[in-house]
Design a protein around this ligand. Structure first.
Ligand SMILES: *[C@@H]1O[C@H](CO)[C@@H](O)[C@H](O)[C@H]1NC(C)=O
Ligand SMILES: *[C@@H]1O[C@H](CO)[C@@H](O)[C@H](O)[C@H]1NC(C)=O
Ligand SMILES: *[C@@H]1O[C@H](CO)[C@@H](O)[C@H](O)[C@H]1NC(C)=O
Ligand SMILES: *[C@@H]1O[C@H](CO)[C@@H](O)[C@H](O)[C@H]1NC(C)=O
Ligand SMILES: *[C@@H]1O[C@H](CO)[C@@H](O)[C@H](O)[C@H]1NC(C)=O
Ligand SMILES: *[C@@H]1O[C@H](CO)[C@@H](O)[C@H](O)[C@H]1NC(C)=O
Length: 677
């Protein structure tokens, strides 16, 4: 109420004393329109960021998907970008390739197909964008480089786009090159050619999901300029370059945000959604990530627009970046036009920014104002130069047809940072009158306003989901419930690719198979060579058993079961824990304190090992580790007390096939042996 009164007073005073009390900003279409708005998006992948989403109970999963994608409900995202899986770790895990090997092609893997389908169900107009982080090894001919044969790699990516249509009726709108890795000019041209020859002329190329340097190359190469539709850069800090502007291409922040989704994260997101255009002329901003649906012991916990990492309870959090997104997405569509800088787009005199957009028929107007202060809108990267924001009166002078609008509808947020303050999130306020073409607002700090001629807008709400629960302390999986080629719930593959497969052995039925045969073209700063699959929560005392068989054809050299595994992600190689390796053909076992086996604890003979199915058991209790193979004790020794807790893991010694079945986990704070004799 207070604010409305203030607005009223200011309107009157500004009408007469605008110079004294208000800063006046023109909102004009007369100089012509500015750049086309291309949409706000979220990124699933890069990698495995939606891993735990698919296994939510359907009721809660549908609610989460509505918060992300349903038009006029919450985030109402306009673009969904996904990883084109490449069988290699790409931040939170590995996403499966549609072609593990040159003789293989499959569109039933992973969860991105499912996610894109769910997004399209809610919003048929959502735009889809695919990008590889890594590639299966066969595309490199032994080199760690996807450009050794650009024809072949272009065909590989084209097949993914063809598969999307053929198996899911998904039209992919945009495709990228190689995430944050070098681009190759001949590859980009070849990709364009390959798309065109496969009736995919409508698929637009975004290049190159890295820095601005592609702009210079485009400037020098007309053919490349013709192949590239958008320049997409990552974490641009809201700025651009003169070379990029000179190309005349639409510019995108094709990956941004990556910040913990508390109020500072929400402030970061609100600020860059406006300022990526105000400072950098960027017409799309895409959040890494879409939703933090991965174990929070992995890197970058909670760095999504919202968090859903607790499927076993159904709990999820609608984090505040969702409502910052709504301020733009509910009142615009891709294809709207920004007004030019200085005529509806700019910085506010006392800190903050404003953008204005008009609908294609020029009838509707949406203005978004943000006043995020420096310390309350820090993003994870890059560094943010100092600036100041203070409360101010903002007066917008509409002209031409825009001045005929009688009033604008108002949506308001204020992010609170004080102990006792509560945030206001995406609240509909009373409309503001347009008087003599002018609207005036008294704006504070850390606020977002949307002023719009549109009547729509909704703060969608579902009842609170169930409370958060720890991962269950007793867990068994026989993989029988999963469709062929799917990834089992809760198993978070970090290195290698594991999928459910019907084994030849009827007594085992469906099993979980590690299927990557040779090192992929990796994305992490260093190659990861030992397939690793994590599950559960930070357990300390825990028992785990699994049946395991090494593939008779293209098998790996050894297998392991582990507990107290302290990390995944690109750092998987440095994972510590208690690892129990078995090398069946050598009839040997090794117990180590790390995955890379630089800290051996014990090794010895494993005469019980067979070439078919073996059963491994590992129990940790305080500083004792106890292990059995096929029910025969192999060790019962004292082990280091660090790491004190971590994931349970299964995996293999090298790339190559191994099957896992009947994984049983039991953890309890109760003292006493887990294995009864
Ligand atoms: C805003 O305008 C009102 C008068 O309408 C004035 O009292 C107030 O001081 C102004 N606020 C700022 C921050 O200039
Ligand atoms: C590159 O790949 C294509 C298609 O996969 C193949 O036909 C061609 O022979 C390869 N070129 C070379 C030089 O190996
Ligand atoms: C495929 O999607 C298009 C929209 O992109 C729709 O018009 C068409 O009906 C769909 N076809 C099938 C078979 O579902
Ligand atoms: C917070 O609010 C409560 C009651 O509304 C009050 O008792 C308390 O002193 C406040 N704390 C601070 C730090 O302002
Ligand atoms: C094993 O690898 C060979 C190529 O080295 C391939 O032809 C064969 O299909 C593979 N078999 C399996 C089961 O992976
Ligand atoms: C392991 O060894 C300890 C110490 O020798 C012994 O107390 C314990 O019973 C053994 N545990 C098992 C399960 O055999």
């Amino acid at each position: 109420m207070m604010m409305i009164v203030t607005i009223g007073r200011c309107i009157v005073l500004c009408a007469f004393f605008s110079v004294t009390f208000c800063d006046v900003y023109k909102v004009h279409t007369s100089p012509g329109l500015g750049r086309r708005f291309d949409g706000i998006g979220g990124l699933s992948g890069g990698g495995a960021t939606s891993k735990l989403l698919v296994n939510y109970p359907k009721k809660y999963r549908d609610q989460i998907l509505d918060y992300l994608f349903k038009p006029n409900f919450a985030a109402s995202l306009q673009i969904l970008k996904v990883e084109i899986g490449g069988d290699s770790q790409s931040t939170e895990g590995t996403e499966a390739s549609h072609m593990h090997n040159e003789w293989d092609e499959n569109y039933q893997r992973g969860y991105e197909w499912w996610l894109m389908t769910e997004a399209k169900k809610r919003n048929p107009d959502i735009l889809l964008y695919g990008l590889p982080w890594a590639f299966p090894g066969w595309l490199g001919d032994g080199h760690d480089n996807p450009y050794t044969n650009v024809t072949r790699t272009a065909e590989y990516v084209t097949r993914w786009l063809v598969g999307a249509k053929k198996f899911y009726n998904l039209t992919i709108d945009y495709v990228g090159i190689w995430n944050e890795k070098p681009f190759d000019v001949s590859y980009i041209k070849m990709l364009r050619e390959s798309l065109d020859t496969h009736q995919l002329g409508h698929v637009k190329i975004v290049a190159a999901d890295g820095g601005w340097e592609i702009a210079k190359t485009i400037e020098l190469d007309k053919e490349l300029a013709a192949a590239v539709d958008f320049i997409g850069v990552h974490y641009p800090g809201t700025t651009t370059t003169s070379e990029a502007l000179k190309t005349g291409k639409q510019l995108w922040s094709s990956e941004d945000y990556s910040t913990y989704n508390d109020n500072t994260g929400a402030g970061c997101w609100a600020r860059i959604l406006n300022q990526n255009f105000v400072n950098g002329f960027m017409t799309s901003t895409i959040s890494w990530n879409l939703i933090a649906s991965y174990y929070n012991a992995l890197p970058y916990p909670g760095c999504g627009l919202m968090t859903a990492d607790n499927p076993w309870s159904g709990h999820y959090d609608v984090s505040n970046p969702i409502w910052m997104t709504a301020h733009t997405t509910q009142f615009t569509s891709p294809g709207w036009k920004y007004l030019p800088h200085g005529s509806g787009v700019g910085k506010l005199t006392h800190g903050g920014s404003y953008v204005s957009l008009v609908s294609p028929d020029n009838k509707d107007l949406t203005i978004i104002i943000e006043t995020m202060s420096h310390d309350h809108s820090l993003c994870i990267r890059p560094a943010l130069p100092a600036y100041k924001v203070i409360p101010q009166n903002v007066s917008l002078q509409l002209s031409g047809d825009l001045a005929k609008l009688l009033q604008l509808n108002v949506w308001y947020s204020k992010l609170a940072f004080g102990n006792n303050e509560t945030s206001v999130l995406f609240k509909r306020l009373s409309p503001v009158k347009v008087l003599n073409g002018k609207v005036t607002l008294s704006v504070g700090v850390d606020e977002v306003y949307t002023l719009t001629s549109l009547l729509r807008g909704k703060k969608g709400i579902y009842p609170d989901p169930p409370a958060r629960q720890p991962f269950p302390d007793t867990y068994s999986e026989d993989f029988e419930a999963f469709p062929d080629f799917s990834e089992p719930f809760n198993f978070a593959q970090q290195v290698g690719s594991f999928e459910v497969i019907r084994s030849n052995d009827a007594s085992h039925g469906q099993v979980l198979r590690q299927v990557v045969l040779k090192p992929p073209i990796h994305w992490c700063p260093f190659p990861l060579i030992m397939p690793l699959n994590l599950i559960g929560r930070p357990w300390s005392d825990v028992y785990v058993s699994t049946d395991v068989a090494i593939g008779p054809v293209n098998g790996t050299t050894g297998v392991f079961v582990a507990a107290r595994v302290d990390q995944g992600g690109c750092q998987s190689w440095h994972a510590k824990g208690i690892f129990f390796f078995l090398f069946p053909s050598e009839k040997k076992f090794i117990l180590t304190n790390d995955l890379a086996r630089t800290i051996p604890l014990k090794e010895g003979e494993a005469t019980e090992a067979v070439l078919g199915w073996n059963t491994l058991e590992l129990a940790l209790e305080g500083n004792r580790a106890f292990g059995r193979l096929n029910k025969q004790t192999l060790f019962n020794i004292t082990v280091p007390s660090t790491p004190a807790h971590g994931f349970v893991a299964i995996g293999t010694d090298s790339f190559g096939i191994a099957d896992f079945d009947n994984v049983h986990i039991k953890s309890t704070s109760r003292k006493g042996p887990y294995i009864k004799h």
